[in-house]
Design a protein around this ligand. Sequence first.
Ligand code: HEM
Length: 119
Amino acid sequence: MEYLRLIVVFIHITGFALLFGAWAVEVSSGRRQVTRLMNIGLAIAGLAGLVLAAPWGISYDLNYVKIGVKLVVLIVIGALMGIGQARARKGGDGKVNAGVFWTIGILTLLNAALGVIWR
Ligand code: HEM
C-alpha cells in the first residue's frame, strides 16, 4: 500500500511538471496560450491529488485544511485556464491576457509549495 501511494505521489508530481513545464514554455516563447498539455497536466495533478486526499497507505494523519486549500487553488487555476482560453478564442490569436496567464503559473507553483512545505 505504501508503495502504491508513493507511485500516486509520483504521478501527481508528473502532472505538476507537465502543467508548469508547458506553462513555462509559453512564457519563454512569448506565445502565452493555454495549451492541451497544460490541461492534461492539470487533470493528472488533480485526479492523483484527489486519490492522495484519502487516508490510505500512511501511518500519520492527513492535513485536511491544506488539502482543502490545494483543492480551491486547483479550481481557481482551472477556472482561469478556461476563462483565458475562451477569451483568447474570441480575440483571434489565442494569446491569453498577461495577468491571467501569470496568475496560472504562480498559483501552480503555490500549490506545489503547499504540497512540499505545509505539513
Ligand atoms: C495544480 C495543482 C497541484 C499541484 C501543482 C500539486 C503539487 C504537489 C506537490 C509538488 C506535492 C509534493 C509531494 C511530496 O512532497 O512528496 C504534492 C503533494 C500532495 N498533494 Fe498536490 N498538487 C496539486 C493539486 C492537489 C489537489 C487538488 C489535491 C487534493 C485535493 C492535492 C493533494 C495532495 C496531497 C494529499 C499531497 C501529499 C501531501 C502529504 O502527504 O503530506 N494536490 N502536491
